[in-house]
Write a protein that binds this ligand. Sequence first.
Ligand SMILES: Cc1cc2nc3c(=O)[nH]c(=O)nc-3n(C[C@H](O)[C@H](O)[C@H](O)COP(=O)(O)OP(=O)(O)OC[C@H]3O[C@@H](n4cnc5c(N)ncnc54)[C@H](O)[C@@H]3O)c2cc1C
Ligand code: SF4
Ligand code: SF4
Length: 376
Amino acid sequence: MKQPGAQARLKKYVLRQSLCTGCGACVGMCPYQVIYKDRTVQLFDCDLPEGRCYTFCPRTPTDYNALEKTLFDPRDLTDELGPVRGFFLARAADAGLRLRAQHGGTVTALLGLAMAEGLIDTALVSGRNDEGEPQGTLVADKGELAGYAKSRFIVSPTVAAFNRIDAKDREKTGIVATPCQAQALAKIRTAVIDGCSQAQSVGLVIGLFCGWTLAAEKFRGLLERFFIPFADLDAMDIPPGFNMLELRSSEKTLLMPLDEVDEYVRGACRYCVDSTAQFADVSVGAARCGMDPGEMRGWNQVIVRSLRGEKLIELARQKGALEIREAPAGALRELKEAAAEKKRQGLENIVAKSGSKKNLLYLKNYGPAAGKRENR
Ligand SMILES: Cc1cc2nc3c(=O)[nH]c(=O)nc-3n(C[C@H](O)[C@H](O)[C@H](O)COP(=O)(O)OP(=O)(O)OC[C@H]3O[C@@H](n4cnc5c(N)ncnc54)[C@H](O)[C@@H]3O)c2cc1C
Ligand code: SF4
Ligand code: SF4
């Protein structure tokens, strides 16, 4: 019997299973698939047997172990956090940038440095469309990067914007990616498809730690109840020590108990096992341990994962782009525990969905049992 085409399999195994993270990796390569609001929509049927949409999707079967070992030094692999070559706290040396950034401005400072040093020509960050919805935005002027800083915990289909870049310009693009997007970019980097112009053309991946994102449309309704127009939402954060989601617009700041936010979490995030962007070159999150909560908000935890990431951090030290300090005792252990908990919860939900511990849906060859970890 003829096997269904790639797009039909994407629909059956990802979209209809509520596994779609909205990363955008299946969009921007053909006219048949688009993002509408934060949903991935198939406009027409295509019967290509091996389409890039299916191959690049982070929620189609992925040989996790092979992907890790292809992209990273196997000696760096840890069970909880994936590859770790370095771990420390950092913030942008530029105090003005820090004021405009989510935490320490490390992500924006690293992008700016990579551009200034010619490691990348352009940066792909999360901007907004006319409706105020997140969208991948290509920035060629490093002076403009700070205008795209801060976080909104709503899916930004950034990888779609990467797919749309002209092939000749794509090679030296630095991309800010959530863990599922970093996984899609890892699949893009390692894909072996005839005529595939994206493979090997990712210049740098700066990953963001990620607990979850919110289902944008549902959340929009909630915001309106609090008289915050969706487009006015500047930033979202979970301040250390509080069990609250902070929503910031130019007009006001609102605190919402996390218990009440839970029902707005995107369904696909419940099947996610990566909280630290294990497939990035450098991963950046909030500092969460060992400091006064007020001070913590101005620093980032940083995990260096690849040789490329290590070179960038070395350059940041030499050029003084970042202030770097040792992480407090216990910070790495705490981060590992939180990452392990997300994996445990994600796997539990995956098994409940598949009905069998032997069927981990999109995760193939996954976990410590799948391959020997040299460095635990
Ligand atoms: C959806 C989401 C969930 C997160 N969850 C956690 C968490 O649980 N724990 C934790 O420690 N940190 C989390 N973070 C990361 C954290 O919010 C900061 O982005 C990180 O600490 C870097 O801070 P910074 O000051 O260096 O960033 P900045 O220098 O301010 O740069 C932030 C970068 O992120 C990009 N960005 C903003 N929103 C999005 C988006 N929705 N998708 C993709 N890129 C985006 C911006 O364009 C900018 O390039 C999350 C971020 C996002 C986007
Ligand atoms: S590639 Fe991303 S946006 Fe497309 S179906 Fe897969 S998870 Fe959804
Ligand atoms: S929780 Fe996972 S699936 Fe959801 S946005 Fe974050 S990385 Fe993607």
